[in-house]
Each structure stands twice: as C-alpha cells, then as structure tokens.
Design a protein around this ligand. Structure first.
Ligand SMILES: C[S@@+](CC[C@H](N)C(=O)[O-])C[C@H]1O[C@@H](n2cnc3c(N)ncnc32)[C@H](O)[C@@H]1O
Length: 374
C-alpha cells in the first residue's frame, strides 16, 4: 500500500520490503512525503551505507561523514538505532557511538557542538546495522508521522492514524459513498476519512518535522509547498460534503471524536451520535461500514465479547444489506463468532498485535427480507 501511495505521490519506487519502500528523491520530495503521505510512519534519507564489523569501525565510518554540513552546531540532535550484531547487546550503546562521532566531527569544524538527547525535536539520525552491513539515515520526520496532532482527547485502544488511513484505503472507500463508523472510539477512522475527502494532507496539521532542523532547510520552499497543497475553498456555492457518520455507545468516546475532529478542522464533516452500534442510523444509499471492536486480549474479557461479535454479524446480515461491511480486529478467534463468510481477509499489525481487516459482501436481498419479516 505504501508503494502505491509513494507512486501516486510521484516517486519511482526501486525496492520494497516488509518495513518500507526505497526510491531516489530530492530533499523537496522528502518534505512532500512528510506532508502528504497518509500511511508512512517516517521518511528517511540515506547518508551512507558501509561495511561494519564492530563498534570501532562504526565510530570511524560515522566520523568520516561531513556532519558539519548537515546538522547545525547550535541545534539539537537525537540518534536512534536498530542493531543486530553480535558485538552489540544494547542498541543505546550503538546510538551513543554514533552521537559521539557526529558531535566530535561538528566540534572539530565549528568549535562547538549540538546538544543531544532522546527528544525528537531537532535533527534525528538513525543507524540501521544488520550483520556486517550498516546504514546511516537522516530521519526527516522526527516524531512519527502518525502523530498528526489532532488526537488531543484520547479514548480506549485507538488506532494509529496511519493504520486507520491504511484501513480506509484498503476498503476502497471514496467520498462519493457514505461511510459509517459505529464503535468510533476517539474518531480516528472518521477523521482520517474526512481529511481524505477534503483532500487535506495530514502533515498540514503538524507544526514541526525534523528536516526543518537541518542545514539547507529552505523555509520559503516549505511555505510554498504547504500553500500549494492546502485545499482551496470553492469560489461559489457550498463545498460538497461526503456523508461520514460516527457513533459509539460511550458518550465520552463521541465527545472525544467531536473534539478531535474539531482540532483536525473536519468537525463539520462528521455526524455523531451516542448509540449501540446496531442502532446507528444508516443512510438510504449504501456505502461502507467499518467496525473496530475491542479485542478482549486480557484474560477473561474474551468471553464477554463473544456475544458482541455475534451481534456484529447479525447486524451486518439483517440491517446492512447492500453495504460493504468491514471489521478490523486483533482477535482472530472472536472474529469467528461474527458467523459470516469473509470476502477478504487482509493481514495487518496493530502495534504488536497480529490483526485482520475482514471484508464482507452484504447482499441487498437480506436487508429487504429482514424488513419484510419485521
Ligand atoms: C477499539 S475501540 C475503537 C477505537 C477507535 N477505532 C479509535 O481509533 O479510537 C472500540 C470502541 O467500541 C465501543 N463499543 C464497544 N461496544 C459497543 C457497542 N455495543 N455499541 C457501540 N459502541 C461500542 C467502545 O466504547 C470503544 O470506543
């Protein structure tokens, strides 16, 4: 999905693996991806790849990079790393070596060095060292791109914003069809959908990215880019609004959805209600309906959730004929209680949980039959 998105944003993807996609691009491309990607977690740019057999070699190779032209001496630096090498049993040690090599290099040229620490509020350098191959990357995002900045009011078990966007893209929803999100929690799916429908890049909500703290950052180019991707208000008439409905039986969840949607600037695009999922008002024109129930992964919770999952299946079957039905869950055993045949099962990860996006084709006939029977 990330490959598709990167291609749609104009990148010539060269390779894809389970953790990311790689392509050649400019620093402008990096800014644009930080601003416009809905599903990437970070945008990294490669500084150097090298053979690395141990800590001394790591420090020497990192020290050869011209950091004085990359990171300002008066700035702030943090280093992250993923390391699989027998000489390293604590990745913090590897990060420390990289940090020392960088600040030594900058001090030797400028006579002073950037502050450093764990915050991702300045420049961020990432070490990826696997076997005898190491790579030094600039993390141009800093804070994860999922931290859009609108979720001021959290609620139970929220989806990461990037995962919510990926779910929506995978369901194939487009703004021409109604979207209904019962069990909305803090509103992530509904808000991401509204941002998509409004054509608003998610990065517009953020005030800072790590690339702003590098030498060569062009603030005018950045301002121009932000202006260019900001959707314009239509000159005449009211903008078309998609139908997005979010409900939850917990009033606090609905309040969180409202407030978060306001913060994201899409409060006017989402209708909300407090109700059981099965009482969610459905528009006459069928569209997409997405349920994200609790997973019941704590001991004892699963049994209580089994009837909820069964009711979700009944709701789909009896009231959602003609709709495209989706359930996102991290409990594959409970998913069986839905009792409907899946049309597709998409493996996804929610934090460390092995989750599935389950798609159901809900035939229009079943809704009409159930209305006739009642
Ligand atoms: C896993 S959370 C959803 C999180 C949401 N996707 C987000 O990103 O914030 C599940 C939600 O389902 C709601 N819920 C559970 N049972 C429900 C029911 N019977 N009717 C309506 N909502 C229900 C809970 O209140 C909770 O907000």
């Amino acid at each position: 999905m990330l490959e598709q998105e990167a291609r749609a944003l104009g990148q010539n993807v060269e390779s894809v693996d389970t953790t990311g996609v790689e392509f050649k691009g400019s620093s402008f491309d990096a800014m644009r991806l930080n601003l416009e990607s809905r599903i990437a977690m970070r945008v990294l740019t490669l500084v150097k790849r090298f053979r690395c057999e141990g800590p001394d070699q790591l420090k020497r190779m990192v020290g050869k990079i011209e950091w004085d032209t990359i990171i300002p001496a008066g700035g702030y630096l943090s280093v992250t790393s993923t390391v699989h090498h027998p000489s390293i049993d604590n990745t913090m040690f590897a990060s420390l070596l990289v940090k020392d090599a960088i600040v030594d290099r900058i001090r030797s040229v400028h006579g002073r060095r950037p502050d450093s620490g764990p915050l991702r509020t300045g420049a961020v350098v990432h070490l990826h060292w696997h076997g005898d191959s190491a790579g030094i990357w600039i993390d141009t995002s800093g804070q994860k791109l999922s931290d859009r900045g609108y979720r001021k009011m959290p609620h139970a078990a929220p989806l990461r914003e990037t995962l919510a966007a990926a779910i929506l893209l995978r369901t194939g929803w487009t703004k021409s069809a109604p979207l209904v999100i019962p069990m909305c929690g803090s509103g992530t799916l509904a808000i991401e959908a509204a941002l998509m429908a409004a054509g608003r890049p998610p990065g517009l909500l953020r005030s800072q990215f790590a690339f702003q703290h590098l030498h060569g950052f062009n603030s005018q180019l950045w301002a121009d880019l932000r202006r260019d991707v900001t959707p314009r208000k239509p000159r005449r008439g009211r903008p078309e609004r998609p139908t997005i409905i979010a409900t939850d039986h917990d009033p606090q969840a609905v309040e969180a959805t409202r407030r978060n949607a306001e913060t994201a600037g899409v409060g006017h695009m989402i209708e909300t209600a407090v109700c059981d999922f099965a009482d969610t008002p459905l528009p006459d024109t069928p569209g997409h309906i997405i349920l994200h129930p609790e997973y019941g992964l704590r001991l004892g919770d699963e049994a209580a959730l089994q009837p909820v999952y069964k009711r979700m299946g009944d709701f789909f079957k009896q009231q959602c004929g003609g709709w495209s039905g989706w359930i996102f869950t991290g409990n594959l055993k409970l998913a069986k209680s839905v009792g409907l045949k899946t049309a597709c099962r998409v493996p996804m990860r929610h934090a460390k949980v092995d989750a599935r996006l389950l798609g159901y084709e809900l035939w229009a006939g079943s809704r009409e039959r159930s209305e006739a029977a009642s």
